[in-house]
Ligand binder design. Structure first.
Ligand code: URA
Length: 200
């Protein structure tokens, strides 16, 4: 797909999410004057990051990972000399769940078709998930089993076979864990170095 077609397709994804009145989170979005958070970055990116759901700052700005967890993500990207503008960043959910609670299955089901479209548009060589919900999405979507919980398999490298193409999949901890537990920041850094080895 040409870059122009990708941008056009991504605009359609955005329009569809903006109009998603059937989402269980639509009313909460409207009541609070929040914006849906579609994703951000290079539509020709080799690497796609998939987080969980927008937080308050993200819903206020319409940009993924721009609050405290985003600041740590930016540091982790710098640590491996990866320019944030060169990657694509999105989430499983495109709207903020109340009080940042975990996504519910019926919410995941509503938003997954949009994430699926985004993966087809970006055509990434590498998918790096940030946290449990992204990892579980990839397992379900591509029929792979990482063989453990995120605590057991973070930083491991998997291969997804998709339409005659191989996609490298690396489940990572959510950067928020590094905000609450300093020791996990080192783990995140080590896992990002694994990712660096798979970015050309
Ligand atoms: N946490 C996420 O999972 N996504 C964001 O965009 C921000 C915080």
């Amino acid at each position: 797909m040409s870059t122009e077609d990708k941008t056009e397709q991504m605009r359609k994804v955005k329009d569809d999410v903006v109009d998603l009145t059937e989402s269980p989170l639509y009313e909460y979005r409207q009541e609070n004057g929040y914006l849906p958070v579609i994703g951000e970055g290079n539509h020709d990116a080799d690497i796609m990051f998939i987080g969980e759901a927008p937080g308050k700052t993200e819903a206020e700005t319409g940009r993924p990972f721009c609050g405290a967890a985003g600041n740590l993500l930016n540091k982790l990207l710098s640590h491996i000399d990866l320019d944030r503008d060169s990657v694509y960043i999105t989430n499983v959910l495109k709207d903020r769940p109340p009080d940042n609670r975990d996504p519910k299955q019926k919410e995941i089901d509503v938003y997954v078709p949009f994430l699926r479209r985004q993966i087809r548009i970006i055509e990434p060589d590498v998918i790096a998930t940030l946290g449990r919900f992204g990892m579980e999405f990839v397992e379900d979507e591509f029929g792979i089993d990482c063989g453990g919980t995120i605590s057991q398999v973070h930083g491991d490298v998997f291969t997804i076979e998709e339409d005659d193409k191989e996609i490298t999949f690396i489940p990572l901890f959510h950067p928020a864990v590094g905000l609450y537990d300093g020791s996990q920041r080192d783990t995140l850094k080590e896992d990002f170095v694994v990712l660096q080895d798979h970015v050309s």
